[in-house]
Ligand binder design. Sequence first.
Ligand SMILES: CC(=O)CC(=O)SCCNC(=O)CCNC(=O)[C@H](O)C(C)(C)COP(=O)(O)OP(=O)(O)OC[C@H]1O[C@@H](n2cnc3c(N)ncnc32)[C@H](O)[C@@H]1OP(=O)(O)O
Ligand SMILES: NC(=O)C1=CN([C@@H]2O[C@H](COP(=O)(O)OP(=O)(O)OC[C@H]3O[C@@H](n4cnc5c(N)ncnc54)[C@H](OP(=O)(O)O)[C@@H]3O)[C@@H](O)[C@H]2O)C=CC1
Length: 268
Amino acid sequence: MGGGIAQVAAQSGFDVIVQDVKDEFLSRGRATIEKSLGKLHEKGRLTETPAEVLGRIQFTTELADFADCDIVVEAIVENEAIKAQLFRQLGEIVKPEGILASNTSSIPITSLATASGRPERFIGMHFMNPVPLMQLVEVIRGYSTSDETAQKVTEAARAMGKTPVECNDFPGFVSNRILMPMLNEAIQCVMEGVAEPEAIDQIMKLGMNHPMGPLTLADFIGLDTCLAIMEVLHAGLGDDKYRPSPLLRKMVQAGLLGRKSGRGFYSY
Ligand SMILES: CC(=O)CC(=O)SCCNC(=O)CCNC(=O)[C@H](O)C(C)(C)COP(=O)(O)OP(=O)(O)OC[C@H]1O[C@@H](n2cnc3c(N)ncnc32)[C@H](O)[C@@H]1OP(=O)(O)O
Ligand SMILES: NC(=O)C1=CN([C@@H]2O[C@H](COP(=O)(O)OP(=O)(O)OC[C@H]3O[C@@H](n4cnc5c(N)ncnc54)[C@H](OP(=O)(O)O)[C@@H]3O)[C@@H](O)[C@H]2O)C=CC1
């Protein structure tokens, strides 16, 4: 997700800094961006060359390089404690007028905003996967997010060629409050032997005109991320209808994370 967000920002003319914890992860991210830019260029969907777009992206392992950024978008692992720790650091490092945004799928924006120490200039900026192809940015205001912050982030999303839509800070926001229980139910159907994964996906693709079946989509998102989102819905809304499927939990325990680990409901 981080690579996709960086790519789309650079394609739109922004100067971008990408930070990750190790050089090898940065190289992997850069290769993904290069591949995506190559495809878009082949199809005539880039006005510049991939090299020109890449030239606007600086890769670093140093958080301190964010000091002078106007907007920082976080896209690390879907874990509240790890994100809060990062935002405590960013709150110290980034210039006071800079906006901090999270691409979290479900974690309370208000809680991360408190950790950052600048809740007025904190917001959810939730891109969809795959970022270069998807239109939506879900913009989530925390309890103290200022109008000015919401306006600047909305403008930035538009400048990135996306359509921002605002919602309030409730578990899973709108997108994953509605999407994830459907994916979880598809996994429950596999566990109960209602149908084979291929049949479940075909039924939802052909019957509901979904571009991907729910199990293909869960593999694409990452089963660990799907489980983390279901846990937030279950804990935050307190209703057992959001209980993660035991099969989802077991697959994550087994290291079957979907496309990113090479195996989930399908092999890649
Ligand atoms: C979990 C969360 O918090 C929130 C989320 O993001 S939930 C997930 C939301 N996303 C979705 O639901 C995605 C559902 N899927 C889709 O909409 C579509 O399958 C899709 C947009 C991904 C692809 O659509 P499509 O055009 O019908 O499929 P497809 O023909 O396979 O792909 C089109 C092309 O785009 C390319 N493409 C895929 N990803 C790309 C990327 N990142 N960059 C550039 N090109 C890309 C494909 O390689 C393919 O190229 P070719 O035609 O040369 O093979
Ligand atoms: N997957 C999806 O479809 C979507 C995901 N999101 C959200 O975006 C965020 C990222 O998701 P996604 O890209 O799928 O996740 P991944 O697990 O694929 O990537 C997370 C990245 O964060 C890195 N990371 C892990 N811990 C730290 C840390 N302490 N400091 C800095 N970097 C760290 C990971 O490194 P390493 O390589 O070591 O794991 C990896 O590069 C999550 O909040 C997720 O919920 C939002 C929309 C869609």
